[in-house]
Design a protein around this ligand. Structure first.
Ligand code: AHG
Ligand code: MN
Ligand code: MN
Length: 317
């Protein structure tokens, strides 16, 4: 099987350099995650982030590591993170910008459950010099690469540079990623739905109708469907990519937005989903068509097997 470094030889050199940096950072993070209880990397910091959320020690550490590796990648011009309020200039002459969720699934850290890192990459819009907010306010359709790393019972890197989706597994003995699937296909149908159903009373009508459909008994369509919810988007999406189904964090009643962040959660996952033959919507529109207006903007998301996303859309009308 092909090492990740060999796979990168077919990728544009600037992008390959940044992807290699992100992969190297994730190898370091995978090791930190697996030893977190022994390295004082469990538990919370005394600060909150720009979202007003409690920052875990591992959130902060992951952000520091990613910043260091991205800065060392000369093609990386700018960095946006869930953990930083504004954008950070990395290399003024670089051509690329990266938006990251350094540590996704923070509530899983202290219970040794699956967590991950999510990222999306664009070409910068400004020509050179300090990076601007507008360099990041680009649609998902303009992404040139997106991916995530899952720190689960194995460490998996799922990546797309716009030519389908490739999956790599980390060999922890050699600290190298190896290709395990060069053409990931998200099944078009599925029998699993994944959401925080405890919040159902807060969600829009379409979500309530969708859950009513999923929980109804109907032999012909194998209903009721099963619910699976890990509580980290990376974990829930990895299952969705492999087994089919749908992951939802729907819009709250009377709002268009949900909990998850557009630039570093919803866009990268939707880019991967579409590249694998699936769909990603906010309940009304394709996520990749949305024009971002804020760095930490939130977005509703319904993502996964096309049959189930279409079904949700039919309840949205
Ligand atoms: P993060 O840890 O980066 O803040 O993201 C957590 C996200 C996502 O991973 C997960 O799907 C969702 O929040 C879980 O939210 P609930 O606890 O509301 O179910
Ligand atoms: Mn997250
Ligand atoms: Mn996070």
């Amino acid at each position: 099987t092909m090492p990740f470094s060999v796979y990168l030889q077919q990728v544009d050199p600037d992008l390959a350099g940044l992807l290699s940096a992100v992969a190297d950072a994730s190898v370091k993070l995978s090791d930190a995650v697996r030893n977190a209880p022994l390295r004082n990397l469990t538990g919370a910091m005394d600060t909150t982030n720009v979202q007003g959320e409690i920052v875990q020690k591992l959130d902060d550490y992951s952000n520091q590591v990613l910043m260091d590796y991205c800065k060392a990648s000369v093609a990386c011009a700018g960095y946006l993170s869930e953990e930083n309020e504004g954008v950070t200039t990395m290399n003024e002459t670089g051509s690329l910008v990266i938006a990251v969720d350094p540590l996704d699934g923070s509530s899983n850290i202290d219970i040794a459950a699956p967590i991950g890192t999510i990222f999306a990459i664009w070409k910068r819009k400004s020509v050179a010099g300090p990076i601007l907010e507008s360099d990041f306010l680009q649609k998902g359709d303009e992404c040139i690469a997106a991916g995530y790393v899952l720190y689960g019972s194995a460490t998996m890197l799922m990546l797309s540079v716009g030519k389908g989706v490739q999956l790599f597994a980390l060999n922890s003995s050699t600290a190298t990623y190896m290709s395990v699937n060069s053409n990931v296909q998200l099944p078009s149908i599925g029998k699993i739905y994944s959401m925080n159903q405890g919040n159902l009373s807060k969600f829009e009508q379409a979500a309530k109708r969708f859950v009513a459909h999923c929980t109804e008994t109907d032999k012909d369509t194998s209903r009721p469907y099963s619910i699976r919810y890990i509580g980290s988007m990376v974990g829930d999406m990895y299952r969705t990519f492999l087994k089919g189904g749908v992951f939802l964090y729907p819009a709250y009643e009377g709002e268009t937005k949900g909990k998850l962040r557009l630039l570093y959660e919803c866009i990268p996952m939707s880019f991967l989903a579409e590249q694998a033959g699936g769909m990603g919507t906010n309940g009304k529109e394709r996520i990749l068509s949305l024009q971002p207006t804020g760095l930490h903007e939130r977005c509703a998301i319904v993502i996964g097997s096309s049959a189930l996303v279409d079904l949700y859309l039919s309840f949205s009308k």
